[in-house]
Design a protein around this ligand. Structure first.
Ligand SMILES: [Ca+2]
Ligand SMILES: [Ca+2]
Length: 215
C-alpha cells in the first residue's frame, strides 16, 4: 500500500507526454497486437490505474523517436492510464493489459501527435508504432485509501509533515532512509502541483483530482 503512495509522488515528477491533446476522430482506431501474454493474467489494466511500463516509439519508416529504456537510466515510465498523461493512442492501446504483457500498437495521427507533429521528433500526420511492455500496475495513486494512510490525524487534508512522516516511515521499512534534501524536493514538487489554493495543505479534493473523471 505504501508503495502506491510513493508512486503517486514519483508520478508528480514524471509527466512525460503530459498535456498533449488531440481531437477525437472516432473512425480512427488504435491497432492492438498482443506480442506476449503471460500465462497468468488475473489483473487487467483499467482507467485510473498507475502503470509502470516501457514504451518505444517508432515512425512508420522504422525510425525510433522515443525509447524509455535509454532515458532516466532505463527505468520504466510511470503514468496514470486513461487521463491524458500520455498520448491518447497509448491511453487507449494500453487498456486491458496484464503485468508482463507486451503489445505492438499502431496509432493513427489523430490519436498521436496530430497535424502538428512534435517539434523535430515526430513529423506532421505521423502514424506511430509503439512497442509497449507493462511491468507493473496498481490502483490509481490518487485512491482515497492511500490518502487516508497519509492523513495521520484524520483531518481530511495532508500537511507537509504528514507526507514527510509517511515517506520516512516507508523508507525505514525498506531499510534506506534518504537525505532530508531529497524529501524536501519531493514534497515541494508535490505541493507545487497539488496544493491548488496554496494554503499549505493538500485537501482530499485537491488530492483526488481523478475522482470525478470516470466515464
Ligand atoms: Ca492531516
Ligand atoms: Ca490546499
Amino acid at each position: 500500500m505504501g508503495a502506491v503512495v510513493w508512486l503517486f509522488l514519483f508520478l508528480q515528477l514524471c509527466n512525460f507526454f503530459a498535456g498533449f491533446t488531440v481531437a477525437d476522430e472516432p473512425n480512427e482506431e488504435v491497432k492492438i497486437e498482443v506480442v506476449f501474454l503471460p500465462e497468468k493474467c488475473t489483473q487487467k489494466s483499467k482507467k485510473g490505474d498507475l502503470m509502470n511500463a516501457h514504451y518505444d516509439g517508432y515512425l512508420s519508416n522504422g525510425t525510433k523517436f522515443y525509447c524509455s529504456r535509454s532515458e532516466k537510466d532505463g527505468h520504466p515510465k510511470w503514468f496514470v492510464l486513461g487521463v491524458g498523461q500520455v498520448i491518447k493512442g497509448l491511453d487507449i492501446g494500453m487498456k486491458g493489459m496484464c503485468p508482463g504483457e507486451k503489445r505492438k500498437l499502431t496509432i493513427p495521427p489523430s490519436l498521436g501527435f496530430g497535424k502538428e507533429g512534435k517539434a523535430d521528433i515526430v513529423p506532421p500526420n505521423a502514424t506511430l508504432i509503439f512497442e509497449v511492455e507493462l511491468h507493473h500496475m496498481s490502483r490509481g495513486p490518487r485512491s482515497m485509501e492511500a490518502f487516508r494512510e497519509m492523513d495521520f490525524d484524520n483531518s481530511r487534508s495532508l500537511t507537509k509533515d504528514e507526507i514527510r512522516k509517511f515517506l520516512v516511515m516507508e523508507d525505514k521499512k525498506g531499510g534506506k532512509v534518504r537525505e532530508d534534501s531529497f524529501y524536501d524536493a519531493v514534497i515541494t514538487d508535490v505541493f507545487r502541483k497539488s496544493d491548488h489554493n496554496g494554503d499549505g495543505e493538500i485537501s482530499a479534493k485537491e488530492y483526488n483530482v481523478y475522482e470525478h473523471d470516470e466515464l
